[in-house]
Write a protein that binds this ligand. Structure first.
Ligand code: ADP
Ligand code: MG
Length: 700
């Protein structure tokens, strides 16, 4: 395989400096072949297809649109007797024998391998299918590290293949998707790269000196050197930025025609609101409020991003903006990306509003028909002063009496289209909230001309949370520590493992875990359980008991990610922490450290060597810092920019290849190119998809 792919590459890139000599596609592309399910590839059955689906790869084409997380540098080839320390190395060996066994969920494959200088025991995790290929006498190249148990294999080449020691892409793998497999599939997909349609006009390609899309994909997945991979990436990033820019231009054109009714000076209601808060606002909160007030005086609808780390006090500011609408007899709406988030916000806001005589309604798609109707009527009549909801709020049949201010929470989880849908046909002032601190360049790129307010300092002088990473087999020590806090009169959270299947299964697992823990680690303590399948009233009562210290511990799913606020809770255990994303872990951790006491977060996971590279990076990042901004940057490095934006769906238009921190000039070129394009041409479809897809995002 090496040879043909290499020839293809040389041909493909021969024209990098002389665009007019690029070979024309052999025939009309047939993009439908790329749309075929990954099961069309050799060696992909339903199980593997499902695993790929979990990382967003459903079609053959999706494989091409995943960016390698990095490239493996060549490492020296060594003889077994020369292996020294834990340095990475490649050994070329012959298999003597192989066997496999299980340890819990883990499948361990070991092989005795040797060269003329000695023998060593090589170990693979979770790749049981390999065993049958390792018959005695098989020649194999292994890349990995020697340790006291033998040689831990990271990648390998069987027979003729020579990926491993060379410059090779490393894909975001998961524990059940081996790097080797991902590379093999990529090679198969690349055979269809000529079916990729070129959306950029030839004149633009020539002017910018950019390679064809298909060549760029080849360069990214099968580069001979880093520079080639980078040139390919930049080409694909340029296209993504161009599409994004065009989408922003479309929405901006719509918005420019909108006018909003200016709101007068804040009055008595806002004074009562301030007086009702048990604290004074921080300087940053005051400044944000002043910026919002200034926006609201204008007839151009406000478009402001309020950015602040977990616990920085965004809710108070957001509610201020909503109350500005209410004081004039108009309405405010808060849109959250998931049902549970919407409900948490509803509970928080309702509690703050009730004493002010402000009526708050909840609207989500899980309401029964009757409740839904009631809510709709309250919204239409204006009896609901503030409405909190999910994307259900932007559905056609929802008719606001007089919407003046809209707050969109967790901004980055919504796409461009969905954000504009709440605004369409009305023109409220809009405040966007984000807890994931977004680097300014990223914010400007993705949200266009949003103004940014920032809550940089947390309210009280809170102590940074101490975070530890605990291996599973020592989790009893974590619980011991937790019990000490309980014995001191503090409270705690235990976060259940993330199960992807369904909210119902997650809920059941959480209840089972609470039950188990009541009879085991936390025997004798009062343990409550919180998950997304509880009705709002039940959840409210569990939260109320926890707040009133009638419960010592909350066993919870990620519903506690946001909005849960109990300063007496000082310690959290996160089970199977390797399964959570970095942003999510940071949010979860934000549930402790809300009072003056020193707080702790204990991340429990399987042993380090059993985890994927990404999981190790995430956990290390959590231990090393509590700074949300730094974590966001690390998250960018680990996951790629696209995913920070919450664009988890697969598709062409996500920012997969962009690296915003280094792509400043590319960004400017894309912006200029967007302005100069006479029409969207073939890109129109991608712009549609970006806007349309984002309009359906968040339906979880
Ligand atoms: P965010 O939404 O930014 O994560 P919250 O709005 O939930 O943060 O606020 C976190 C906690 O800090 C809440 O308990 C809130 O009541 C409290 N809080 C907010 N502003 C202040 C302040 N100025 N002083 C003291 N506590 C505050
Ligand atoms: Mg909040």
């Amino acid at each position: 395989m090496g040879t043909t792919a290499r020839v293809g590459l040389v041909v493909g890139f021969a024209g990098l400096d002389t665009p007019d000599r690029w070979p024309r596609p052999r025939s009309t592309p047939r993009p439908e072949r790329l749309g075929a399910s990954v099961e069309a590839l050799h060696g992909v059955g339903p199980t593997l297809a499902r695993r790929l689906g979990r990382i967003g790869v459903e079609t053959v084409g999706d494989l091409l649109w995943q960016r390698p997380r990095r490239y493996e540098q060549p490492v020296p080839s060594k003889r077994i007797s020369d292996l020294f320390g834990e340095e990475e190395a490649v050994i070329e060996v012959v298999v003597r024998s192989a066997s496999s066994r299980r340890r819990g969920r883990l499948k361990i494959l070991t092989a005795r391998v040797g060269d003329d200088t000695g023998e060593i025991k090589a170990t693979w995790f979770n790749q049981p299918w390999l065993e049958e290929k390792l018959s005695p006498g098989t020649r194999i190249r292994l890349r990995g590290r020697a340790n006291r148990y033998g040689f831990a294999v990271s990648t390998y080449d069987l027979e003729g293949d020579v990926d491993t020691a060379d410059f090779a892409p490393v894909y975001p793998a998961s524990e059940d998707l081996a790097q080797k497999k991902l590379r093999d599939l990529r090679v198969q997909a690349l055979e269809l790269v000529r079916e990729v349609v070129e959306p950029l006009p030839a004149t633009l390609l020539a002017r910018e000196g950019l390679p064809l899309r298909s060549d760029a994909l080849t360069a990214v997945h099968k580069p001979r050197a880093l520079a080639e991979a980078e040139a390919g990436r930049a080409r694909l990033a340029f296209e993504e930025l161009l599409v994004l820019r065009l989408a922003l231009m479309r929405t901006a054109a719509q918005r420019e025609q909108a006018t909003a009714a200016p709101l007068d000076e804040p009055s008595e209601l806002l004074e009562r609101y301030r007086a009702s808060l048990p604290f004074t606002l921080t300087k940053d909160q005051e400044r944000s409020i002043a910026e919002i007030d200034a926006d609201l005086e204008r007839s151009i609808p406000m478009q402001r991003l309020l950015q602040g780390d977990v616990g920085s006090g965004k809710t108070v500011v957001a509610l201020y903006a909503l109350l500005r609408a209410v004081e004039l007899g108009r309405q405010g709406a808060l849109m959250a990306p998931t049902e549970t988030l919407a409900e948490q916000h509803f509970l928080t806001i309702d509690e703050l509003c009730a004493p002010l005589g402000v009526r708050v309604s909840l609207l989500t798609s899980s309401l029964r028909a009757r409740e839904h109707n009631v809510a709709r009527q309250l919204i239409a009549s204006g009896d609901a002063h503030i409405v909190v909801g999910t994307h259900a709020l932007i559905q056609k049949e929802i008719d606001f009496h007089d919407l003046a201010v809209a707050v969109v929470d967790e901004q980055h989880r919504f796409g461009v289209g969905q954000r504009s849908a709440l605004v369409e046909g009305r023109s409220p002032h809009v405040l966007h909230l984000t807890a994931t601190p977004i680097p300014r360049t990223l914010a400007l790129t993705v949200y266009g001309d949003l103004e940014v307010s920032e809550l940089a300092m947390p309210p009280a002088n809170r102590k940074p949370i101490i975070t530890a990473w605990v291996a599973e087999d020592r989790s009893s020590e974590a619980y011991q520590r937790l019990r000490r806090h309980l014995d001191d009169g503090r409270q705690a959270y235990v976060v259940c493992p993330l199960i992807e299947e369904s909210e119902t299964r997650v809920a059941r697992a959480a209840e089972a875990e609470a039950e188990r823990i009541r009879g085991a680690e936390l025997k004798g303590y009062r343990v409550g359980c919180l998950h997304g399948r509880l009705r709002t009233a039940e959840r409210r009562s569990v939260m109320a008991s926890f707040r009133a210290r009638e419960l010592d511990v909350l066993v919870a799913t990620t519903v506690i990610e946001v909005g849960v606020d109990v300063p007496n809770a000082t310690i959290m255990i996160v089970q199977e922490a390797d399964r959570f994303g970095l942003a999510q872990l940071h949010q979860l951790r934000g549930r402790v450290g809300r009072g003056a006491e020193q707080s702790y977060c204990l991340l429990v996971s399987r042993a380090r060597e059993e985890l994927s590279e990404g999981a190790v990076d995430r956990l290390e990042a959590m231990v090393s810092t509590t700074d949300g901004f730094e974590l966001a940057e690390r998250d960018l490095e680990i996951r790629g920019e696209g995913q920070l934006l919450g664009a988890r769906q697969s598709g062409f238009s996500d920012l997969r290849f962009v690296r915003l921190r280094q792509d400043q000039s590319l960004l400017e070129r894309a912006r200029d190119a967007a302005r100069e394009l006479e029409n969207e041409g073939l890109l129109a479809e991608h712009v549609d998809r970006l806007l349309d897809k984002s309009a359906h995002l968040g339906e979880s």
